[in-house]
Design a protein around this ligand. Structure first.
Ligand code: NDP
Length: 246
């Protein structure tokens, strides 16, 4: 596991948006950021799941979060503008952006990959992070120092048979991360990095590896040290890096 012990108030006063915050790693990240003092914006497609995370954060006495239901598959550029405008009005800036939501699609050879599903996976995993980042950049420039974190995968760093659109989208995410990191380095205080969470006990992992003993895997909560480190001030100098949470 990435070795880092965060101070309790690591993210005090930070405004952090998490996509796919209703379940799995995104849910753990949202709760963990809030527990370290951040005001989190919970973005996802299933409102009831976002509400449950909201309630948990409130009950724990952490800063009051916000819910932003959005289906990244159908969202238009206008929807991202609306989101950025809402954040501007409510908070005036954005200090952290965790691109976490993604779709697995099916594990199928390229020869037989369903074309509609290809478009769907690329839309959610690759186009949505581009659109969301573009819409939020101005808000992030208003932060004293902001952090963009993309979520990759081992198949985003080395291709593997049958991982299809999911793998391709994760390679694209690594590319987007590198390009942005290079573009933003000189004239902004925004840093951009990617995380490969590694095998983690979630619904997505269970559907990719149905025969696996889920209990043998780390829980999403266990992999949070790297997420916290990247959102906090101590990673200020880190830019353009592809990192591993485990
Ligand atoms: P889960 O499937 O458990 O959670 C994914 C989250 O993304 C869900 O909350 C889901 O919403 C949301 N989401 C999916 N599609 C959309 C959409 N169209 N619009 C908005 N939100 C959407 O996955 P994990 O927690 O396992 O994965 C989190 C990230 O980590 C992903 O990027 C994944 O690729 C990556 N990863 C995970 C690994 C693992 O072992 N778990 C390993 C390597 C990478 P809803 O709950 O409504 O379905």
């Amino acid at each position: 596991m990435f070795d880092y012990t965060p101070p309790p108030a690591l993210l005090a006063k930070r405004i952090i948006l998490v996509t796919g915050a209703g379940d799995g790693i995104g849910r753990a990240a949202a709760k963990s950021f809030a527990a370290h003092g951040a005001t989190v914006i919970l973005l996802g497609r299933t409102t009831s799941k976002l509400e449950a995370v909201y309630d948990e954060i409130e009950k724990a006495g952490h800063p009051q979060p916000a819910i932003y239901p959005l289906n990244l598959e159908g969202a238009s550029p206008n929807d991202y503008e609306d989101l950025a405008n809402t954040l501007e009005t409510e908070f005036g800036r954005l200090d952290g952006l965790l691109h976490n939501a993604s779709l697995l699609g099916t594990l199928t050879p390229i020869e037989h990959y369903d074309i509609e599903q290809w478009y769907q996976v690329i839309q959610v995993n690759q186009n949505a992070p581009f659109l969301l980042t573009q819409a939020c950049l101005n808000l992030m420039k208003s932060s004293r120092e902001a952090s963009i974190v993309f979520t990759s995968s081992s198949v985003g760093r080395k291709g593997r048979a049958y991982w299809g659109a999911y793998s391709v989208s994760k390679f694209a995410i690594e590319g987007l991360m590198q390009i942005l990191a290079d573009e933003l380095e000189a004239n902004t205080t925004i840093r951009v990095n990617s995380i490969n969470p590694g095998a983690t006990r979630t619904a997505m992992r269970a559907s990719a590896y149905p025969g696996e003993d889920q209990k043998s895997l780390p829980a999403p909560e266990d992999i949070m040290p790297l997420y916290l480190y990247l959102m906090g001030p101590e990673s200020r100098e880190l830019n353009g890096q592809a990192l591993n949470a485990q």
